[in-house]
Design a binder for this molecule. Structure first.
Ligand code: 5GP
Ligand code: ZN
Length: 112
């Protein structure tokens, strides 16, 4: 989607601090980190949120979780949280599916 912020970041049209990239996904550091380590992993194909994941397009999500596990190991993250906000009330501000990976500080449960 040409007017989507994260589609443009994945395409390199808007600069970002890249963590990892392959044919299906793009990972980059969050511009407003909420933990000492905070990066986002997004599918290159536009989906608005988890609410649009189906059996047909869901392979990218499985792939993203494998990428997150690999990156976390490579970064030496022993404990981390993966979060995806769906909809405004849950805190979603960018309508392109993304998984936050947060690490490096104590975290509370339940989240606010
Ligand atoms: P959400 O609020 O939708 O769960 O998460 C969106 C995240 O994207 C936020 O944590 C926000 O800081 C981050 N973000 C918004 N705009 C940009 C940007 O232009 N570049 C980067 N790297 N992160 C962004
Ligand atoms: Zn998009």
């Amino acid at each position: 989607m040409s007017d989507c912020l994260f589609c443009n970041i994945a395409a390199g049209k808007i600069p970002s601090k890249k963590v990892y990239e392959d044919e299906l996904c793009y990972a980059f550091y969050d511009i407003a980190p909420q933990a000492p380590v905070h990066f986002l992993v997004i599918p290159k194909a536009h989906l608005a949120s988890v609410s649009e994941v189906t059996e047909e397009n869901g392979a990218a999500v499985g792939h993203i979780f494998a990428v997150i596990a690999r990156l976390a190991k490579e970064m030496g993250l022993e404990s981390y949280r993966v979060v995806s906000n769906i909809g405004e009330q849950a805190g979603q501000s960018v309508p392109h599916l993304h998984f936050h990976v947060l690490s490096g500080r104590d975290m509370t449960w339940p989240p606010g």
